[in-house]
Design a binder for this molecule. Structure first.
Ligand SMILES: [Zn+2]
Ligand SMILES: [Zn+2]
Length: 238
């Protein structure tokens, strides 16, 4: 019955591509093939630090070499943060278009297929309450919810912000690394104890925010943490 509905919807393109709003959405708001071509996706082998492509002979990519050791066991990211991907996430984040969460969730499930990590819980990096108030929803939370659904794992809003951190985009690299320390606390320690966790955020910049969140989970007794982000910024310019 559901399949029939999707076929019907696809025939009339009732739910077009959410990005160009006209392309073939497969009856369920999928990203159309034309828009997908614009995304720059990372290819294997993946860097366990950020999910980008391993660009050298080291165990992590050049971007991650500049950072301290990551507390997670592995990482995936959907695409490079530029072009169509950047537009999409920007709309998702600031344009009041939470419906973009669905295609993002489907891409997330695809990205994790070869990762050999089956999460029990999917935990979003929380937004500060003040910013949540301004925006109405946490885009990492929505992304995490659809990812959880497509991965058959449990969504768990386990973290909260302990104090206000400044907007990441207004800080330089050094300040970004310092800024998130002590920023999180675990609201539900009993729910995460010993559990394999997929920690989710929208954009991977330096990884410092994710590292602070992951360390907080591990310190509270969680099992291994794997990270998933919608997009990773390009490698640092040297
Ligand atoms: Zn499109
Ligand atoms: Zn990396």
């Amino acid at each position: 019955m559901k399949e029939l509905f999707f076929r019907f919807a696809a025939w009339f393109n009732l739910f077009p591509c959410p990005l160009c709003r006209t392309g073939d959405g497969g009856g369920r708001n999928r990203i159309c093939p034309e828009c997908r071509k614009e995304f720059r996706v990372f290819e294997e082998p993946f860097c366990p630090g950020c999910g980008g492509t391993l660009d050298g002979l080291m165990a992590v990519c050049g971007k991650c070499l500049a950072e301290e050791k990551r507390p997670w066991v592995g990482a995936r990211t959907l695409f490079e943060y530029r072009g169509a991907a950047r537009r999409m996430l920007h709309e998702f984040k600031f344009g009041g278009r939470p419906e973009l969460a669905r295609p993002l969730g489907e891409l997330a499930a695809e990205a994790l297929q070869g990762a050999k990590f089956s999460p029990e819980l999917v935990v979003p990096v929380p937004l500060h309450p003040l910013r949540l108030y301004g925006r109405g929803y946490n885009q990492a939370g929505l992304f995490a919810e659809v990812a959880a659904r497509t991965l058959h794992a449990k969504y768990c809003d386990a973290l909260s912000r302990a104090k206000r951190t400044r907007k990441q985009s207004s800080l330089n690299k050094e300040a970004r690394r310092r800024n998130p320390a002590g920023a999180f606390r675990v609201r539900t320690p009993e729910a995460i104890r010993g559990k394999r966790i997929l920690l989710v955020d929208d954009v991977f910049t330096t990884g410092a925010t994710l590292a602070a969140a992951a360390k907080t989970l591990l310190a509270a007794g969680s099992g291994p943490v794997f990270i998933l982000t919608a997009a990773r910024t390009p490698a640092y310019r040297r």
